[in-house]
Write a protein that binds this ligand. Sequence first.
Ligand code: NCD
Length: 339
Amino acid sequence: MEFRGSHITSVTQFDREAIERVFEVADTMQPFARRERRTTALDGAILGNMFFEPSTRTRFSFGCAFNLLGGYVRETSDIKTSSISKGESLYDTARVVSGYSDIIVMRHPQSGSVDEFARASRVPVINGGDGPNEHPSQALLDLYTIKKELRANGRSVDGMHIAMVGDLKHGRTVHSLSQLLLLYRSVTFTLISPAELQMPESIVTQLRNAGHTVIETEDMEKGLADNDTVYLTRIQEERFSDKLEANIYRGRFKLNQDIYTRNCAPNTVIMHPLPRDSREEANELDNDLNQHPNLAIFRQTDNGVVVRMALFALILDVVDLVEARASGVPWYTAGRFDN
Ligand code: NCD
């Protein structure tokens, strides 16, 4: 896969070699993300960070990743304050913003919108989430996290058992992660969801055709047994045409300390793309697991920065400049990455 100048709109663009390249570059970004070093590799470059749907960590971490490489960030974070609300087409917006930026990250509520935008853009575009369809950078950071967590337990992605829980119909993170795992061998997927919110059949078929085992169930406690990783998701209420319908499913599957201890194998890694819905009626991942050593959710969010730095460095072709233009960090840096 050629990174230089490429759009990243889908995980289907990747092969294992390309994934390894991203992860290898991400590892070299750790000292920069940890504020041990700083670099001016992208000094003068501009990221257009275009978010037409709510976002905290994806928008913030793409922005920070670009800043950490020495670049500048311009943002639109609300569909209401952008000209899209005046009826402007994606084509026109893409033509305009790509004249102002060196690279664009784009999130939008419609499936396929980022591809359409990328076709009109004059600079590379990264998909920050297109409706229920895909979220490729999240899948890469999830896989980077899974690899690291499993390695600590002497395991690997090939042959792993993963349970995905919740709204598998609308969750773009599980769609992208599953499709990325097509590149690996003999993975067992236990898909735990209400029957109405199952993983799209096309993805299940692809997984089976690739030689993976897929078990679909509504029985969470049974489904949790015998996994290396449990990946929880939020009910994606914004994707339901009738918001009240989302209430039917909210709170149906919850993981807490007691359920984890009774059903999960020791060392099962707990993941969630976040945000978790911590409202009482939902609470799919309880705060009582916050101190659990296998809770990887904040390692996921930290890993998001280095993976996104790697994508920028590869696409804008500055991997070799990062260290060449590095220096020390003179300001106080809290020891926040020590554990
Ligand atoms: C996810 C998303 O936006 O798809 N969040 C994220 O980017 N980490 C998951 C979600 O919103 O539930």
